[in-house]
Each structure stands twice: as structure tokens, then as C-alpha cells.
Design a protein around this ligand. Structure first.
Ligand code: ZN
Length: 108
């Protein structure tokens, strides 16, 4: 979650640079008022903040999917394009699986 906080901070910083066109009081006394460096700088900050907000390693690690044929659960990263290695058919993401087959929840 910390990456989202950093991303939001960078987003605000990018906005500050773009709107106020300087860093004064923040990092240095250097002002951008005489040039237009603040434009690419703020864009860079927006881009980095976007990367931070988008980055979510937990989501990838904890994604599970289930094969409807052999009923086996797989960690999604173990699979090649989500295909069950046993049955050679596409597995279904675990949340979608139980929406599709709610009866199987009773067996757990
Ligand atoms: Zn299977």
C-alpha cells in the first residue's frame, strides 16, 4: 500500500510544480519562472506517480485460478497463459469460478 501513498505524494508534487511553477520552500530555492523546465518535470512526476500507483506486487502473487475439469487450484503465475497443465484447458479466476459454480462452495 505504501507505493500508492508515494504515488499520490508525487502526483501532488507534480501538480504543485505545474501550477506554481517552482519548488521554492520544498527542495531548493531554484525557480522555474525563467524557463519552461517545469512542464517536462511535472510530466515526469505524473508518470512516476502513475507507475507507483499502478505497481501492485501482492495482486500478482495472490491471484489464484481453478480448473473446471480437474477442480485443481493453481497460483496464476505457475500457469502459462492460465492454461491447466493437466487438462490443457483455460482455468477460471477463483472469484469468477465461485460466481459461476456457487454449489462448489459447499464442498469446501
Ligand atoms: Zn485441469
Amino acid at each position: 500500500m505504501i507505493n500508492k501513498l508515494i504515488g499520490i505524494l508525487l502526483l501532488f508534487l507534480g501538480l504543485k510544480v505545474l501550477l506554481l511553477q517552482d519548488f521554492s520552500g520544498q527542495w531548493s530555492d531554484y525557480s522555474f519562472s525563467n524557463n519552461y523546465l517545469f512542464v517536462p518535470l511535472s510530466l515526469l512526476l505524473f508518470y512516476i506517480s502513475y507507475l507507483f500507483i499502478r505497481y501492485n506486487p501482492k495482486e500478482i502473487d495472490e491471484k489464484f485460478s481453478k480448473c473446471k475439469k480437474c477442480k485443481k487450484c493453481y497460483n496464476y503465475i505457475e500457469l502459462k497463459k492460465g492454461i491447466c497443465p493437466k487438462c490443457n484447458i483455460e482455468t477460471i479466476e477463483i472469484e469468477d469460478y465461485y460466481k459461476k459454480y456457487p454449489d462448489e462452495l459447499k464442498d469446501i
